[in-house]
Design a protein around this ligand. Structure first.
Ligand code: CP
Length: 315
């Protein structure tokens, strides 16, 4: 069984191998992605129980670039709406000789649960579960940072906004520390920070002026209202005043700092349009890199070439 559920337990060599493999799929000097036969004859099923634009689309494109057959199950019109259980749905999809399920779910741990229930012939790739993990997002973010900064050593990276509800932030903090950046910072009000934030490996700042001082990379996050459940929050206006990334606040960072965001962005809430669309923004590069990184993860998991992925994530 070969799964990719979390970055926990994966070492620097394995993360670097994912980035190098992703790089190998990018045409030199071009934005285009190679088509390769690595998953020819395999069937990949996209199982998205929660909304997605970027992740679902780039997983589909990645699978097609790997020459796999791709099935996108529309959950809202599937037989789950007639009362079929998740495990019965999965058994039926397995009976179609599926080789890989790409799973997004609002419940933390859902892909792990599915990984435990499928037969050994099927690989599970986590496409984001609750507030727990979004490992392929973090890896496409790492590829984008490496492309623009050349290396991880010495970099100061600030992650700004709703850390508490963010699976992306948890996976990014793990990846950045494993790859050896100089410092990971989080900038947020106390109400949007998890209690274990320092043990995750991040230094906490409560103002943009202090937190952005001399950073190389700024990662903005949106307010994830779908996971807030009545939390005590600033209004969108207050949040933008204090934590929104504007042209003025961007000046606190290094002049060559890059601006990132996993999307979807909420303009005028966590980021000003002039910054999101400005010369320091690499937000659309992140989206493009999603195809190559997801090709890397799917091909490595299917081939078993990365024993470490299996070992760290298959239990
Ligand atoms: N970054 C991200 O996960 O975006 P989607 O929700 O559109 O997939």
């Amino acid at each position: 069984l070969r799964h990719f559920l979390t970055l926990d337990g994966l070492d620097k060599a394995t993360l670097t191998e994912i980035l190098d493999t992703a790089d190998s799929f990018i045409e030199v000097g071009a934005r285009s992605i190679k088509k390769v036969p690595l998953l020819r004859g395999k069937t990949v099923v996209n199982l998205f129980f929660e909304a997605s634009t970027r992740t679902r689309s780039t997983f589909e494109l990645a699978a097609k670039r790997l020459s796999a057959d791709v099935l996108n199950l529309n959950i809202s019109t599937s037989a789950t709406s007639k009362g079929e259980s998740l495990s019965d749905t999965l058994q039926n999809l397995e009976a179609m000789a599926s080789d890989m399920f790409v799973v997004r779910h609002s419940q933390s741990g859902a892909p792990h649960f599915i990984a435990e229930s499928v037969t050994p012939n099927v690989s599970i790739i986590n496409a984001g579960d609750g507030r727990h993990a979004h490992p392929t997002q973090a890896m496409l973010d790492m590829l984008t940072i490496r492309q623009h900064k050349g290396q991880f050593e010495g970099l100061k990276v600030a992650i700004v906004g709703d850390i508490l509800h963010s699976r992306v932030a948890r996976s990014q903090i793990r990846a950045l520390n494993t790859l050896g950046v100089a410092e990971v910072r989080v900038i947020a009000p106390n109400t949007l920070l998890p209690v274990d934030i320092e043990s995750l490996g991040a230094n906490v700042f409560s103002t943009m002026q202090e937190g952005l001082d001399s950073v190389d990379v700024i990662i903005m996050l949106r307010l994830q209202k779908e996971r807030m459940e009545g939390a005590l929050l600033p209004s969108e206006h207050e949040f933008y005043e204090l934590y929104g990334l504007t042209t003025e606040k961007l000046k606190y960072a290094k002049p060559d700092a890059i601006v990132m965001h996993p999307g979807p962005i909420n303009r005028g809430v966590e980021i000003e349009s002039a910054v999101a669309d400005g010369p320091q923004s690499v937000i659309l590069n992140q989206v493009t890199n999603g195809i190559a990184v997801r090709m890397a993860v799917m091909s490595m998991a299917m081939s078993g070439q990365t024993a470490a992925i299996s070992a760290a994530t298959s239990e």
